[in-house]
Each structure stands twice: as structure tokens, then as C-alpha cells.
Design a protein around this ligand. Structure first.
Ligand code: PLP
Length: 435
């Protein structure tokens, strides 16, 4: 593969466009982490993406491990997805009425995801999470929820408590504008620490509507759950009459065809989805047991709606993406390549005398600049952020686009080739030697 060399790396056009954007958009972006605040330097402005690559407005080519923050699991602008989208485009971009594509994608989700018997599509992961919260409260008649330090569930008020990457990257513990009343019922436990959950249940008897978590964390960096922790949550929720929700917006269809719940063999009551399920178009979804989901309007009294929900283009991209992911061996192959990648990066770090730890599950990976293991957000904060910033810049200048924050996971896709991975490891060795 040919990307760029450090000597040829230019950012004149990116700088010009971002300078103008800062006058037009708050911070020059439409989503905070894109602004490179935590790694320093200026963000790169993209021109186009294809397969595992991104091309910027200065002609630089990158191997991309952000993948639009998750959706691009079949590679960017996948030909099969694009062809289906073009065909659908001719039939209209939005109906605001039922279409059969919604049934098709719903059946695919229900087939694949153990906890889902019924699903509601919406337009983002944030919408999915705030809606599922309403379901948990409506179903149980209780108001309090348990979330975990460092887990992100979108930017709705009740979740902006110890919410991981984006918020943390800006150094804001919480966001101004979120009223106390909105977060007063959000109780925070420590990830991988079942005792911290038991304690909250004991102190709030019969008051907890549900527990929500990232079943593999991607928003404090990449953190793997102990299987016993997930099993413990299932037991505690059952014992206390609370609902368990896996927020699989990031992990859904990325760590397994049946999401993290299939991978770990622990079935929640409710699941939120996004990213991959929209194949690069704006989609979110939440689903669960029929008896719970039937509370959602118009089947039941819990209101939730959306002008563009179930949008035919988004459904089409989701259907084709899940079809492609059904190819035999898709996840095994992603696992093999991603393992090679992360092991190569860790070796490059150790060979150059750095403390590093990390890992992957299928197409999701990450590492920290500290001695491991990292099991919680508290552990993650031990990572050397200055070093991460220099690592990020060094890789960028050598044609490797990584998430611009230590507190984000990395993503591979089916189209990353062995050559792309080998190139990345070679550059990792170069950069680790300079840190
Ligand atoms: N939940 C998780 C686990 C996420 O990673 C994200 C986004 O990164 C969200 C929810 C919010 O999704 P969206 O950005 O589509 O609103």
C-alpha cells in the first residue's frame, strides 16, 4: 500500500478549512472528539473514504482505524452497500410511512441478537439510549438507574455523569446545562466491580429500574469485562426486579454476529444498537423481550417517535452491511487481523521500553501507555496522555489515522488487508522509537 511519508505530510488545506469552520461551527466541528483537543495539533479534513482508507483535502492517504467511529466495518463506501443505496435512492429518500425494509432489518436483528424479540428503529445511539431508559422506567415504575464510570451512552441529560471519552477529553466532569434533577437518579458504579453494584442495590431497595453498561467498554479506551461481572449483573438485576440493558451501540455486530451478549453468553433484557446497524447512515435501535417492548407507543403508552425513523436509505445500508457480515468466517478473519495488529503495536511499544497494555475482541481494539491490566475507568486514567498525543501525531504523519483520544477504542473492518496491518506495525515501530 502507498500512503504518505512523514516528509511529504502536508496539512495546508486542512488548516485553512478548519480555521474557517471555527468561525462557523462551535469549535469547528459537529462532534467534539473530532477536534483533536486531547492529542494537540489540528484535525484533518477528509475529502473521501474508500475501503480501509481515508483521503484528506491535502492529498494524504491514511489507513483508517476510526471507520467513522464504528459503522465502516465492511470498509468505507462498500460497493455492495453503495449499489443498494443508489437503487433505493431512486425510490425516494424518506417515506414517513411504513416500508418493508423495516421488517427485513428487524427480522435480521431479531434473528441475530439473543435478547431482541421486538425492535424500534430511531436515528442515533443517543436516541436509542434515552428511549431505552424511558422503557426501563415505564416497565418497572421506578426511576433510578445504575451506570458505570467511564461508560458513554450518548449525550442525553441523565447519562452525562462520568461519561467517558468525549466529556473526559474536554476535562468536564459533567456538562453545564444538565439540571441536577436530570442526573439525581443516575447512580454510578465501578466497571468490573460487582460489589459496587450490590452496594447500590442494597442502598436503594426496590428503587432501581435498571442497569445499563457497555458490555465491552470503548469509551474509556478499550476495556474487556470479566465474564463473571456480566453474569453477576444478570443475577443482581433478577434478584432486585431491575432490567439489564447492554448498550451495544459500539459492540453490536462488531464483536460478534449476535453482539457482545452472544460473545459472552449473557442475555440482557434490553439492547441498544447503532453505528454498524446503519452501515454509515444515521440509525439507532433498541429492542428486547416482547413483553417489555410492547409498552412502546402505539402498542403501549410509552411515547417515542421520529420523523426519519426507519428511513429507507438507512434500513438499506443496515441490511446490506449485516448481509456482508454474514459471510462465513467474517468475524474470525477480523479477529486474526486485529490480533496481529494489536500484538504488533504492543511489541513495538515494549521493544522501545514503553509500558503498554491492550488487546482486542474481533474488530475492536485498544491499548494504554501504562502497566496493565486496565479493568476500569480508574485504571485507564493511569495511561500517559502526553505520550499518547505524540504517538497519535507520529502515526498520523505516517499515514495511519487513529482515534484522536486515548479514551477511545480502535476499529478494524473486513477490508483491512494484511498489508495494511503490516504497514501500520512498521510505522508503529518507527513512532514508538521516537517517544
Ligand atoms: N452508546 C455508545 C456505547 C456509544 O459508543 C455511542 C457513541 O459513540 C453512543 C451510545 C451514542 O451514539 P450516537 O453518537 O450515535 O448518538
Amino acid at each position: 500500500i502507498v500512503t504518505i511519508t512523514k516528509a511529504a505530510f502536508k496539512t495546508d488545506n486542512s488548516q485553512r478549512i478548519f480555521k474557517e469552520a471555527q468561525d462557523l461551527l462551535p469549535g469547528g466541528v459537529n462532534s467534539p472528539v473530532r477536534a483533536f483537543k486531547s492529542v494537540g495539533g489540528q484535525p484533518i479534513v477528509f475529502d473521501r473514504v474508500k475501503g480501509p482508507y481515508a483521503f484528506d483535502v491535502d492529498g494524504n492517504k491514511y489507513v483508517d482505524y476510526v471507520g467513522s467511529w464504528g459503522p465502516a466495518i465492511c470498509g468505507h463506501a462498500n460497493d455492495q452497500v453503495n449499489a443498494a443505496l443508489i437503487k433505493q435512492l431512486e425510490k425516494g429518500t424518506s417515506f414517513g410511512a411504513p416500508c418493508e425494509l423495516e421488517n427485513t432489518l428487524a427480522k435480521m436483528v431479531i434473528d441475530r441478537v439473543p435478547s431482541v424479540e421486538m425492535v424500534r428503529f430511531c436515528n442515533s445511539g443517543t436516541e436509542a439510549c434515552l428511549s431505552v431508559l424511558r422503557v426501563m422506567r415505564a416497565h418497572t415504575g421506578r426511576e433510578k438507574i445504575i451506570k458505570f464510570e467511564g461508560c458513554y451512552h450518548g449525550h442525553a441529560d441523565p447519562f452525562l455523569v462520568q461519561a467517558g471519552s468525549g466529556v473526559m477529553t474536554l476535562g468536564l466532569p459533567d456538562s453545564p446545562g444538565v439540571p441536577k434533577g436530570a442526573t439525581g437518579t443516575t447512580l454510578c458504579a465501578s466497571y468490573n466491580d460487582i460489589e459496587s453494584v450490590k452496594k447500590i442495590f442494597a442502598e436503594n431497595k426496590d428503587e432501581i429500574a435498571g442497569v445499563i453498561l457497555e458490555p465491552v467498554v470503548g469509551n474509556s479506551g478499550f476495556i474487556v469485562p470479566d465474564k463473571s461481572f456480566l453474569e453477576g449483573l444478570r443475577t443482581e438485576c433478577d434478584a432486585n426486579g431491575a432490567l439489564l440493558c447492554f448498550d451495544e451501540v459500539m459492540t453490536g455486530f462488531r464483536v460478534d454476529k449476535g453482539c457482545a451478549q452472544a460473545y459472552f453468553g449473557v442475555t440482557p433484557d434490553l439492547t441498544t444498537m447503532g453505528k454498524v446497524i446503519g452501515g454509515g447512515l444515521p440509525v439507532g435501535a433498541y429492542g428486547g423481550k416482547r413483553e417489555i417492548m410492547e409498552i412502546v407507543a402505539p402498542a403501549g403508552p410509552m411515547y417515542q417517535a421520529g420523523t426519519l425513523s426507519g428511513n429507507p436509505l438507512a434500513m438499506t445500508a443496515g441490511i446490506e452491511t449485516l448481509n456482508i457480515l454474514s459471510q462465513p468466517g467474517a468475524y474470525e478473519e477480523m479477529d486474526r487481523k486485529t490480533k496481529t495488529l494489536i500484538e504488533g503495536i504492543l511489541k513495538a511499544g515494549k521493544d522501545n521500553g514503553h509500558a503498554v497494555c491492550g488487546g482486542n475482541i474481533r474488530g475492536m481494539f485498544g491499548f494504554f501507555f501504562c502497566e496493565g491490566p486496565v479493568k476500569s475507568f480508574q485504571d485507564a486514567t493511569k495511561s500517559d496522555l502526553d505520550k499518547f498525543g505524540r504517538w497519535h501525531r507520529g502515526m498520523l504523519e505516517r499515514g495511519v489515522y487513529l482515534a484522536p483520544s486515548q479514551y477511545e477504542a480502535g476499529f478494524t473492518g473486513m477490508q483491512h488487508s494484511d498489508e495494511d496491518i503490516a504497514y501500520t506495525i512498521k510505522m508503529a515501530n518507527e513512532v514508538m522509537a521516537t517517544l
